[in-house]
Each structure stands twice: as structure tokens, then as C-alpha cells.
Design a binder for this molecule. Structure first.
Ligand code: ATP
Length: 303
């Protein structure tokens, strides 16, 4: 079962392709982090998933085959847009009323319980809440709709590190309790492993890397050794990034640490190493399936 699936997805604004040939399938019941530099197409992809933008090419389905934006998809997918856009002049209580009026089956008691536990004052106007409280209110209202897929555009941006941690642990609790699928975009790369178990890297409108974080980390490693051997190694394994210093080089390779050539140090990579290496090398090919993560063939090592 897929949370969402894009096939040949393209979106153009005038002469700018915001997304190009995006093909990926993300299984259900994951917390998916969507990362990429400014302008990479993250918001456009999220808007395509929730049916807010019409693709120029290809298609997107959610929850195993439902066309994005169709009435059934709208019923089962909730979206919190960037900067938690809420009616600033309304009170929290009025926002809850509005959500009840607009969404049949809105789980009012769950939303209220959640907001109470976060000590968010019901009589305060939304515009007077802190950025973190507004993000929590937007999340509570989205969860009150009992979606099967929750889409969040940069939910962590207005939050301090502690609030980010609390916000995402609340999200993870919902995932564990309800089997909900979540996709969120973020620039906070260092904390991704704590809050997500699936990664999609977008670069210049294309999917560069996608997969379960544990599998991606196990399939990559960092090798250090003689700079003179770099070209020979590049001929054998996919090298994502090369850093040189005098006679030494450090490579981030798409191969497990155990496959490093004789005489080279091999170390595991962090999620931050991995994401930054791909972002620095936007031409590295798309990886969409675990099979495409095959490592080196050690019989081909140069002597
Ligand atoms: P950021 O991290 O800065 O929020 P993003 O990865 O979410 O960026 P998008 O907002 O999807 O990127 O934008 C992708 C590209 O499409 C950018 O080049 C942007 O300028 C362009 N774009 C997005 N929306 C529009 C629009 N309504 N009109 C024209 N160009 C647009």
C-alpha cells in the first residue's frame, strides 16, 4: 500500500519547471521527510499530493491509487500549509467551531484534549499565540479530521529546538496510535533521523534520492584514503561526493562500509552527511528502489 505515488510528474510555472519527471512511490505508515534546497520543488510536490496544483505532465495518486484532489482524497488527506495559515483574528475556540462546521465527523474531543494538554488557551486570539502554539493548533485541527495521510509544509520552521522535538514526538505518537502516514518538508536536516523514517531528497525539481532512512544509511559510507586512487574507485562504485586535501581524499560512496578497498578507512555516514552530499551533487542519478542501491564489486578493485 502506498501513501502516495507520482508518475512522470511535471509542473511548470511559465518557463520554470518546478518539478520534472518525478516518479516515486512511498509506502504507507511512514513519516516521510522531504528535503531539498530553496526552490527545489518541495511545496509544489506537496501541493500536487493534496490536489492543490494541476500537473503539466504525469499524475499523482494517494492512499493506494486514489487520484490526488478527488473527493475521496480530500476526505482522507489533511494538509497544513507553510506558516500554519489560520484566521489570526479568531480565538482558538472559534477555530475549533469552524473546523467542526467545515468537516463532517471532525473529532472535536480529540482536538480539544490535545490542545488542553499543550496548555493552549482557548479564549486567546490565534494572532496572539506564539509561532509554536500556532503550529500546534494547526496540527491539532488537521488531526481532528482523522486523516489517513497528513501533509505538512515546513511545520518545524517556526519552532525552537525543544518545541520541534515536542511537536514531532506528538506527530510520532499519532503515527503509532493510528497507523497514519505523514509527509513533511523541512530544512532541519540534522534532526531528521529523530522525526522521520523515510527520506525523499528533491533537487532542481527532480527526485534525487528516496528510501527508508535506515536502508539508505546502511547502503552508503564514507571512505578515506589516497587521492591518487579516486578515479579508479569512481570507475567501480557510485561516488556521491569527493573531498580532497593534499594527498588524501574522503569519498561519500553508495556502497556499504564493508566494501571499501584495501588500505582505505571506512565509516558509517549520518543522515546529515548523506543529505548534504546529495544536495552538493545535484547531477547524481535518481535512486528510487533498494535494488538500485547495490554496492561495489570488490573483484574489480584496482591493485
Ligand atoms: P522553499 O524551500 O524555498 O520553500 P520549495 O522547494 O518549496 O522552496 P517551490 O516553492 O515548490 O520550492 O518552488 C519550485 C520552483 O517553482 C521555484 O523556482 C519557484 O520560484 C517556482 N514557483 C513556485 N510557485 C510559483 C508560482 N506560483 N509562480 C511562479 N513560479 C513559482
Amino acid at each position: 500500500m502506498n501513501a502516495f505515488e507520482a508518475s512522470g510528474l511535471g509542473k511548470r510555472y511559465g518557463s520554470t519547471w518546478a518539478l520534472r519527471e518525478c516518479t516515486l512511490a512511498v509506502p504507507r505508515d511512514h513519516v516521510v521527510a522531504l528535503v531539498g534546497p530553496n526552490g527545489a520543488g518541495k511545496t509544489t510536490l506537496l501541493h500536487s499530493i493534496v490536489g492543490l496544483c494541476q500537473p503539466a505532465t504525469g499524475q499523482v495518486t494517494v492512499l493506494h491509487g486514489i487520484p490526488a484532489g478527488s473527493p475521496e482524497a480530500l476526505e482522507r488527506v489533511a494538509f497544513v500549509a507553510q506558516n500554519a495559515p489560520l484566521h489570526q483574528h479568531l480565538t482558538v475556540a472559534a477555530m475549533i467551531e469552524l473546523s467542526c462546521a467545515l468537516n463532517e465527523g471532525f473529532d472535536r474531543s480529540m482536538a480539544e484534549r490535545r490542545l488542553r494538554s499543550l496548555k493552549i488557551p482557548f479564549r486567546r486570539r490565534v494572532g496572539r499565540l506564539s509561532g509554536g502554539q500556532q503550529a500546534q493548533l494547526a496540527l491539532s485541527l488537521a488531526l481532528g479530521r482523522r486523516p489517513d495521510l497528513l501533509v505538512l509544509d515546513e511545520p518545524l520552521a517556526p519552532l525552537d529546538p525543544l518545541a520541534r522535538h515536542e511537536f514531532m514526538s506528538q506527530v510520532m505518537e499519532e503515527v503509532a496510535e493510528r497507523g497514519l502516514s505523514i509527509v513533511f518538508s523541512s530544512h532541519v536536516v540534522s534532526e531528521l533521523k529523530e522525526v522521520a523514517d523515510y527520506l525523499v531528497v528533491l533537487s532542481e525539481g527532480r527526485v534525487q534520492l528516496s528510501g527508508e532512512i535506515d536502508r539508505l544509511l546502511a547502503a552508503h559510507s564514507s571512505w578515506s584514503g589516497s587521492a591518487a586512487k579516486v578515479e579508479a574507485i569512481q570507475a567501480v562504485v557510485p561516488v556521491v561526493q569527493v573531498e580532497r586535501a593534499d594527498r588524501y581524499a574522503r569519498l561519500l560512496v553508495r556502497a556499504p562500509a564493508g566494501e571499501a578497498p584495501p588500505g582505505w578507512d571506512a565509516n558509517p555516514v549520518t543522515i546529515e552527511d548523506l543529505v548534504l552530499a546529495y544536495l552538493r551533487s545535484p547531477d547524481i542519478q535518481v535512486v528510487t528502489s533498494p535494488l538500485a542501491l547495490a554496492g561495489a564489486d570488490p573483484t574489480k578493485w584496482p591493485s
